[in-house]
Design a protein around this ligand. Structure first.
Ligand code: ZN
Length: 428
């Protein structure tokens, strides 16, 4: 990998490698995907046996698929999994039969409103078989006898997930989680997987105040499984984000944690407010991605969900149009920058004590007017210095101060460094 290449291009290249693999909540597709990631970061790959009890759930049987097709009355393959892995209902049980059109239709899934697209459908917890196809093709199917063939297996095996733990100066953790269970869908899951992989690579190189835990897990059952097996570790989780939908052209969407005013909620909102990008913030709802499990009342972890377009809100969602044309390197890059800035806020959110709290200290004699004069926005820097001095009473962190002052965190941080350097502040 070329170090000078924009990270958005590298993220896109990783998404391209992962795109063709047929993933599901279990099976070889997940293992293959995690092996690809292992070339980028030293992931631990965990295998949890089918049937393992995880809270109110059980780890399902493992699904694998080799081939699936439908032959029409003329004998030609009219639907073929090899052409597109969305063509098969994910978790379809094996079948090989000849059936009439009406029986076949009971197992076909289409999108009448988007007749050119193949839908993404699953049947994890109810045994079924089926095919997904464009509605335009469905409408043109002739009467007659069809041959359906699905060479799959649904057997006791394992649920596979990837975990990468990067220790920091403290045991307090930042949790980043992405789902890895979708087959050829680019924005809904590969963008998040790719972003977190490169964020982990970057954090490897830095001094870390926090420890970082990256999870690459199947949606829902993966987070339930991880939480069930690692309950004691959750007490160290101070901040967290679920990452997905990060490569589309939409503005950012932040869904707050269930707590609503956790530091992660405030850090993300602060970064978005000063990012110059369009964004919206919504309160927690118990629907969406794995934040549903992390924010279940028995855990109530400070974990939000930071995406671009939100869950289910764009026409390409869960269709064959969520492909490598929909996701663009420059959008991945912008998303990466926002995640990086959130990490910078978390890492830098210290509190200080003003060592000269009685009236304002004289800035000039300490050379602090040089800091103001040398700054591209001298007035903003002066205000940042005054705010940091005024609110560094032991009750306010730098993020509190940045919010109150209405200025970017990085400026407040710069002001705190200048003041500490002049002996006016001490860290708490
Ligand atoms: Zn999805």
């Amino acid at each position: 990998m070329d170090g000078s290449e924009p990270v958005g291009n590298k993220m896109y290249a990783l998404a391209e490698r992962l795109f063709p693999i047929c993933r599901s909540i279990t099976g070889e597709g997940v293992r293959q995907s995690l092996q690809v990631l292992k070339a980028y970061i030293p992931l631990d790959i965990h295998e949890v046996p089918s049937g393992t009890a995880v809270f109110d759930w059980a780890v399902p049987r493992e699904w694998n698929i080799r081939e699936a097709w439908v032959r029409g009355p003329a004998g030609d393959k009219i639907i073929d999994f090899r052409q597109h892995n969305l063509h098969v209902l994910n978790y379809s049980v094996p079948i090989h039969r000849r059936i009439g059109l009406s029986e076949l239709k009971a197992h076909l899934f289409t999108l009448p409103e988007q007749p050119e697209l193949i839908p993404y459908r699953t049947s994890y917890y109810q045994e079924n078989w089926g095919f997904c196809l464009p509605h335009r093709q469905y409408e043109a199917l002739p009467e007659g006898e069809y041959e359906v063939y699905i060479d799959s297996s649904l057997e006791d095996g394992h649920l596979t997930f990837g975990e990468y733990f990067l220790p920091g100066a403290t045991e307090e953790e930042v949790l980043f989680s992405a789902h890895i269970c979708h087959p050829s869908l680019a924005n809904d899951n590969l963008s998040g997987v790719s972003l977190l992989t490169f964020l982990a690579r970057e954090l490897q190189q830095t001094d870390r105040r926090f420890s970082y835990r990256f999870l690459f897990i199947p949606g829902t059952i993966g987070s339930i499984t991880w939480l069930a097996l690692n309950e004691e570790k959750t007490r160290n989780i101070s901040h967290g984000l679920v990452a997905s939908l990060l490569g589309d052209p939409g503005g950012f969407t932040y869904k707050r944690s269930r707590r609503g005013n956790a530091v992660i909620d405030r850090a993300v909102e602060h970064v978005l407010r000063h990012s110059g990008h369009p964004y919206r913030v919504m309160d927690f709802i118990p629907y969406g991605y794995d934040e549903r499990q992390f924010c279940s009342p028995g855990f109530n972890l400070p974990v939000g969900n930071l995406t671009r377009s939100s869950f289910g809100s764009f026409p390409e969602y869960h269709t064959s149009a969520d492909n490598l044309d929909f996701v663009r390197p420059q959008h991945l890059e912008t998303s990466f920058e926002v995640y990086r800035k959130v990490v910078e806020v978390l890492e830098g959110n210290f509190s200080f004590r003003n060592l000269n709290p009685k009236c304002e200290p004289q800035l000039g004699k300490r050379g602090l007017y040089d800091a103001i004069g040398g700054h591209s926005d001298g007035k903003a820097m002066q205000m940042a210095l005054l705010w940091v001095l005024n609110l560094s009473d032991g009750e306010h962190s730098l993020l509190d101060i940045a919010e109150r002052a209405g200025c970017p965190f990085a400026l407040v941080q710069q002001a705190s460094r200048a003041l500490a350097g002049a002996g006016l502040l001490a860290p708490i």
